[in-house]
Design a binder for this molecule. Structure first.
Ligand SMILES: [Zn+2]
Ligand SMILES: [Zn+2]
Length: 326
């Protein structure tokens, strides 16, 4: 099978021995395609994982071999995420499922940018679903990233009709804005790039270029989906006194929010990372009901062009890459 693996800071397509069940419970799936996530790029760019690692976790795949007591059958096309919380540890009990050690250890093997992947029985039981028939394979690949956004909206725990400001309208910002709207918020989006602002407007959500933002906008919650250090100032400018800033992206210089500003203005700054099974379930519903629209966001690349997909994403030439594998 072909995989795209990390070698010296880039992704290289290599031949490997086929992934097989070999007595394990679960499924071997043929990956139809896999979305390229911002976190994949961060891991690659900052050398966070070792050579030989296969990235990718936003898969849509067809079952080719299965040993499981779930309802799934050979030839089913499924979506799945990669991590599963144990449900029993202190993190899980306190709602921080994405900090659960079991969550961090579980994964699809070797990773989504591979022709064949092993999906464990635990995945099939907890985080895998049949691809809804009304979604294309590319639309369905937003199951996991939208799950992350659903989690963020839930963690922000806002009253209905609160004002949510989404800073950074890359693909995640576009999902976050729509998810916030689906949960009853009044949503405004902002970005430096006019075409991204227009994209959100075309989805029926108010949006402005950063330099055209009205000074009087005061958000109950700012969702920080921008990976730029400068955006932190924008967040502090537009969050209302007593409001929340939900951090949803790493930034290159790892600057913080000013201590005194948090103190004097009674701000709440909180993070949100990776989705629980319940968030994923909600994500699939939002996609199925077309409450979150993802058509046209993706640009398709073959596995051999995955490094180009990464470069084009970094250069802001595209919104989101979908790596078509079979
Ligand atoms: Zn992701
Ligand atoms: Zn746990």
């Amino acid at each position: 099978m072909k995989v795209a693996q990390i070698e010296n800071g880039i992704l290289v397509v290599k031949e490997r021995e086929d992934e097989k069940l070999d007595g394990r419970k679960g499924a071997i799936v043929k990956v139809l395609g896999c979305g390229l996530c911002g976190s994949d790029i961060v891991k690659l760019k900052h050398n966070l994982v070792k050579d030989g690692t296969v990235l990718g976790h936003e898969i849509v795949a067809k079952i080719v071999d299965i040993d499981s007591d779930t309802e799934f059958r050979k030839d089913d096309v499924i979506v799945t995420s990669h991590h599963i919380p144990c449900g029993k540890c202190e993190y899980c009990k306190n709602g921080n499922v994405s900090m659960c050690r079991h969550f961090k250890e579980t994964n699809i093997r070797p990773g989504g940018f591979s022709e064949l992947v092993f999906v464990s029985d635990e995945h099939l039981h907890n985080v895998a679903y049949l691809k809804p028939e009304n979604l294309t394979e590319i639309e369905a690949s937003f199951y996991e990233p939208l799950g992350c956004c659903v989690r963020a909206v839930k963690r922000a725990n806002l009253n209905k009709n609160s004002t949510a400001l989404v800073i950074g309208l890359g693909s995640i910002g576009i999902l976050m804005a729509q998810a916030s709207k689906a949960f009853g918020m009044n949503v405004i989006g902002t970005d430096l790039i006019p075409s991204r602002v227009d994209l959100l407007k075309n989805l029926g959500i108010e949006a402005f270029c950063v330099n055209e933002m009205c000074e009087s906008i005061k958000a109950d919650c700012v969702f920080m989906t921008s990976g730029s250090d400068k955006a932190i100032d924008t967040a502090l400018k537009y969050v209302r006194d007593g409001g929340k800033i939900l951090v949803f992206s790493s930034t290159p210089n790892n600057f913080g929010y000013a201590n005194n500003e948090i103190y004097y203005r009674e701000l709440t700054v909180l993070g949100s990372y990776s989705p629980s099974p319940a968030d994923l379930r909600d994500s699939l519903e939002l996609l199925k009901n077309k409450e979150v629209k993802v058509g046209g966001l993706s640009t398709v690349y073959p596995l051999e062009k995955i490094q180009k997909a990464i470069n084009d994403t970094l250069d802001n030439k595209i919104m989101k890459a979908y790596i078509k594998i079979s």
